[in-house]
Design a protein. Sequence first.
Length: 114
Amino acid sequence: MPFLVAVDHDRLTGYIVAHYAGDEGEILNLGVAPGDRRRGIARALVEEVLAALRSRAVRVVYLEARESNAAARRLYARVGFAEVGRRAKYYRRPVEDAVILRAAIPAVGVSAKL
């Protein structure tokens, strides 16, 4: 299971947890300390975990985000994720839909562009 952390001067600034089975992966959790947001840490973590998954022959990665989490959804869109579904009332406190996102990972040495 890929697990990465971001550290700045011996202080944890972010982390990401993912898992995979066969050629499918899932990002389970991503967090960045509030004072360290908007510094590119989340994007770097996502890109690194996608690279780690690619090296393990993963070809598609899923994740879910709160419908209201516009910042996270913009980040995921910038790194290639697109909405493929929803889970109604998935989250609690407050009750909210989960947006299911998916990204294809091209094989090493293969371009994603057609």
